[in-house]
Write a protein that binds this ligand. Structure first.
Ligand code: XLS
Ligand code: CA
Ligand code: CA
Length: 441
């Protein structure tokens, strides 16, 4: 029996909205069926390895505030192994079915690529054992090609071709281990793929190179038989002032320009959406209408702070509208709701990990339930159908069917004029949304 790290906590179970137990779910009831699927199947919750098991409270103004019992050894590999055991104990107790990881989260970088890879192999073996023991699966893997100093000018967009090569080698290995762990997706988040000033940057070459790197990943995945879904995660800024994968629309244009659209979907993070001055719902909506919704990084920013705070999602309005888009898109399929969220640095006790995940899971579960009811009752669908009714018959239908051009439209208006507009009813719809959020049982 391995050491127990969270001995004060039994399995976290559903106890319902009247429970006062802080270590119980109030809304997330994994087996409850909604629109033909269980909550567990809808949500596909995942734990982020980095924020949950390697974050130590550091911020630009201060150092470590979080000291974990699994981090105590002098030996970095021993710590890494203990972390795996702690992580699986945590997920098991929290009923979290998936995890997501960067290569460097699970094994410390070695002095050479060969040593790093050898360390990864040792840790992957331990992770596999734990996966078998618990039944927990890998939602996605990724590469950290932004933290190390060699990536100062980017990875795939570095001005230094040998750094490009290193990034390629690192992604190659990350793909191999993600395959080994049965990962259902592989994420590209463009860590330092962006620029600080155009005075020294050849954006044309950098974007061409980024596409080349992605094409190589697609080719290599085919070669090794990795059939996970590739995902790009948009973010407008941070760490660079302008990230190339700004938002969904920008990523779509990139994929289409370089003919990569058949191989990639998107991983939408709430906090990145708001950094781009979009709502979380907007980004999910754009993915839905373009058929590219891949997965979701569940968190929230703070409207008072203009940076990526990665807080646990507790805003029911946002999770309701997010789940609304996800349900309309046909669900998460291979994706999941990955809590790319971290506890505040003052929430440094182990129990805070449980409270924060419970908060996030309950908030999404509640959002799911309200969204399903909104869709079942066709609250917005019926309204939209009426709002756009002029396109289902007569002139509007001819526009939609491509049967008329400028001349016919001019002739129509000269003869008939324009019909009266009707109200958009925003406030009425907003109060209906409130009513569903407050009254859905
Ligand atoms: C950083 C990103 C990162 C990706 C994975 O802002 O959210 O954590 O999800 O590299
Ligand atoms: Ca993320
Ligand atoms: Ca983030």
């Amino acid at each position: 029996m391995e050491k127990e790290y969270f001995s004060g906590v039994e399995k976290v179970n559903y106890e319902g909205p009247t429970s006062k137990n802080p270590l119980a779910f109030k809304y997330y009831n994994p087996e409850e069926v909604i629109m033909g699927k269980t909550m567990k199947e809808h949500c596909r919750f995942a734990m982020s390895y980095w924020h949950t098991f390697t974050y130590r409270g550091n911020d630009p103004f201060g150092g470590t505030t979080i000291y974990r019992p699994w981090d105590e050894s002098e030996d970095a590999m021993e710590i890494a192994i203990e972390r795996v055991h702690a992580a699986f104990e945590f997920m098991d107790k929290m009923q979290i079915p998936f995890f997501c990881f960067h290569d460097v989260d699970v094994a410390p970088r070695g002095n050479t690529l060969a040593q790093t890879n050898e360390r990864l192999d040792r840790i992957v073996a331990v992770i596999k054992e734990e996966m078998e023991r618990t039944g927990i699966k890998c939602l996605w893997g990724t590469t950290n090609a932004f933290g190390d100093d060699k990536f100062v000018h980017g990875a795939g967009t570095s001005c230094n071709a040998t750094v490009f090569a290193y990034a390629a080698a690192q992604i190659k290995k990350a793909l191999e281990i993600t395959k080994e762990l049965g990962g259902e997706n592989y994420v590209f988040w463009g860590g330092r793929e962006g620029y600080e000033t155009l005075l020294n940057t050849d954006t044309g070459l950098e974007l061409d190179n980024l596409a080349r790197l992605m094409q190589m990943a697609v080719d290599y995945a085919k070669e090794i038989g990795f059939d996970g879904q590739f995902l790009i995660e948009p973010k407008p800024k941070e760490p660079t002032k302008h990230q190339y994968d700004f938002d969904t629309a920008t990523v779509l244009a990139f994929l289409r320009k370089y003919n990569l659209q058949d191989y990639f979907k998107l991983n939408i993070e709430a906090n990145h959406a708001t950094l781009a001055q979009h709502t979380f719902q907007h980004e999910l909506n754009q993915c839905r209408i373009n058929g590219v919704l891949g997965s979701v990084d569940a968190n929230q920013g703070d409207p008072m702070l203009g940076w990526d705070t990665d807080q646990f999602p507790t805003n029911v309005y946002d999770t309701t509208l997010a789940m609304y888009e996800i349900l309309l898109a046909g669900g998460l399929t291979k994706g999941g709701l990955n809590f790319d969220s971290k506890v505040r640095r003052a929430s440094f006790e182990e129990s805070d990990l449980f409270y924060s995940y419970i908060a996030g899971m309950d908030t999404f579960a509640r959002g799911l339930k309200v969204a399903a009811k909104l869709i079942e009752d066709r609250v917005f669908e019926d309204f939209k159908e009426r709002r756009y009714a002029s396109y289902s018959e007569g002139l509007g239908k001819e526009i939609v069917d491509g049967k008329v051009g400028f001349k016919e439209l001019e002739a129509y208006v000269l003869e008939n004029g324009v019909t009266k507009n009707t109200s958009g009813r925003q406030e009425l719809l907003e109060s209906l949304l409130n009513q569903y959020i407050m009254e859905t049982r």
